[in-house]
Design a protein around this ligand. Sequence first.
Ligand SMILES: C[S@@+](CC[C@H](N)C(=O)[O-])C[C@H]1O[C@@H](n2cnc3c(N)ncnc32)[C@H](O)[C@@H]1O
Length: 263
Amino acid sequence: MRNPDLQEIEKFTESAENSRIRAELWGDFVGWSGRRRGENGFLITQLKYHTARRVLDVALGDGADAIFLLQKGFDVATNELDNAFRKKAIENAKKAGLGLNPTSLDWRNLSSEYEPNSFDALICMGNSLTCIKSREGQVDALRQFREILSLGGVLLIDERNYQRMLDNREATIAGTLKSNANQVYTGTNRVKTRFLELNNEMILAQYTHLESGMKAYYNAYPFKKGELLGLLKEAGFSRIEKFSDYEPGDNPDADFYQYVCVK
Ligand SMILES: C[S@@+](CC[C@H](N)C(=O)[O-])C[C@H]1O[C@@H](n2cnc3c(N)ncnc32)[C@H](O)[C@@H]1O
């Protein structure tokens, strides 16, 4: 029998109110300049290496990556399923003097609005694919990503190293597992992340904004070691390079993995 409080939180996680709070605190969670420092040029280096000009950010979030790429001169299209994130990203772009016109598609349905072979690059950052819980749904999404990429186009996608967290479950739940995620990935200490549940099927994370006390939740599927790589291959990507916290290679102690997948 699951903890009834956790069941309530899981239900709340699906609500518009959770989305609203999540979009509100996301900027302080990510820390836009901290993310740039953490990734140390990874996005631009990869996009330039693969001569990408036309880019689609399939998981816009609050616009942290898409707005940066627009400022760097890329031709960026955007997609965001979540209403609150979409609104926040448009607001953030406006503040930067830029316009965004995101679509609001589920990844499994991207080809309803985007033509096959139409982008040089797709980015799906921020551990986003884990939001789809079913294996079938994950592969469908990756197949759609591949379909709208041009031949030789590149998918940049990342995942949190959940295997390490599952292997150190008690320390993860207690908050004592050593992690550099807030330097490598987000770059702020203004939002505290706590893992309320972590098992083979799901993770439930709580984000607390330390100044305002606002709390939002994130419910996702934890990819196991090698799982995302297997799904990428199943979706048809054959040239895949793995990075660990933005360094080439496969480091079991990394906080995040990035994959550069060529169509
Ligand atoms: C953790 S947020 C990451 C946002 C942003 N990329 C970043 O790095 O800050 C997860 C993103 O995945 C999107 N998402 C989750 N499930 C989705 C689905 N089935 N189809 C499309 N987008 C989805 C959410 O709307 C959200 O933008």
